[in-house]
Design a protein around this ligand. Sequence first.
Ligand code: AMP
Length: 546
Amino acid sequence: MFGQMQDRPLLISSLIEHANQSHPHAEIVSRTVEGPVHRCTYGDLSRRSKQVAKAMLALGVEPGDRIGTLAWNGYRHMELYFGVSGMGAVLHTINPRLFPDQIEYIANHAEDRVLFFDLTFAPLVEKLGPLMTTVKAFVAMTDRAHMPALKLPNVLCYEELVAAQDSDYAWPTFDERTASSLCYTSGTTGHPKGVLYSHRSTVLHSWSACTTDSLGLSSAESALLVVPMFHVNAWGMPYAGALCGAKLVLPGPGLDGRSVYELMRDEKVTLALGVPTVWLMLFNHVDAAKLDPKKDLCLQRAVIGGSAAPRAMSERFEKEFGAFVVHAWGMTEMSPLGSVCNLLPKHRDFTLEQRLDLQCKQGRAPYGVELRIADDEGRSLPHDGVAFGHLLVRGPWITDGYFKGEGGQIVDGDGFFDTGDVATIDADGYMQITDRSKDVIKSGGEWISSIDLENAAMGHPGVAEAAVIGIAHEKWQERPLLIVVKKAGQDPTREEILAFLATRVAKWWLPDDVAFVAELPHTATGKLLKVKLREAFREHRLPDVG
Ligand code: AMP
């Protein structure tokens, strides 16, 4: 017997409709590429997304067509999020930090029909446009006065497209499993692969993000999205923002420490989301300008994900900003939220030191995500916080297969997807990533976590950034090499850093050597590019430490 409740489809258009009904005056503040800070409301966004939807129809876009964007976080990009998906097409956000040949590959693989771009990327579009064989129109996301002169046919002006339409439009209703947006993984090997989200997965993910035990986004927050809208839809926050009516602050191209700090201060930001590298830039600015964040800002929480949040970073946010670090983990294939580190009642009496230890963990799965750890043979491992193995996930906002079947079957017989991460899970369900499976250091049959070593090294006052890779070793198979970028004005020695680590990690985990470099290579999404490091240090000879 079926229940007799209304079967309303979960569509992205319902998010912006709701925001317009319940939070029409909540603000979206954007730093624009043209310069000034722009302010609008969910009411404005609702009207303009409908104009965008009608503009799509006028351009001949049909349901299911892919529409590319090369754009920063800003209100026009938000209008595309709702306008394009809402009318039934698929928004394909392209990461402009990828190599140009990857961007060309992605646009052609996705068969993008129209490409929207911010002015910053005009030279890139001019170069790649002729190679994007399916793109019929290029739309510069600006007004007539700022239109770039491009040697490309069919370059249109965003504001003219929008102005040519009114907002008298009823969002179409269709199956909630319809594709809504597409995002390619920034794979470090092989071609990027597309993850195709649905309306249903996006709405469920947004709902989850607004629950207290997840990111707890709400209409009370002023949320700064430093995480880019071209990287897993800014962790789903534009959709979640509309669901709960949060004020959103979008930094555009200004991701340097000063710009981020000023937006935090001027827009009274309470919640800020980003990867560790952007917070390092923020800290550098605070140091250089001798600022007092506790006095200037009202930041309450910083959500850190994308890479492990180092303990020292959580400590600094806590002590200098008065802000609690919410450590989160996920991936493009998971929309991305997979786990969030919030506290349980039993942690109320923890000392700060105990709490910071806990915050190094990536946290617990919200409802909707099932986590498992397994050994090489697929046998489940205990949730004791010690055993570590392959991290497998299942749930309604997790991919079932890549776009156009790339990579073949990617879930096991029980529907679990192997994340490629290695993790422990403790008795309370707190998961901790110990490595990517290809980065874990295999020493004498045991595994050493490169991430744990990196975090420990970053606790040293002279270390700005650290990476650990495995170097081939005759006796032990692999041994860890620590590669360090020194903090400006500091000059720590190999011996000092090793002595510091010796009090923090097991003896057999201690790196055999320390190398100093001016900077570390990163991927287009800000992660350490270990493939590059392994290449660079292939010939490195470890000293004989016995
Ligand atoms: P992406 O799909 O580009 O978002 O990358 C996903 C990968 O980033 C995950 O599989 C992890 O390896 C890594 N990652 C994301 N969040 C964290 C975190 N909090 N700690 C450690 N690694 C993370």
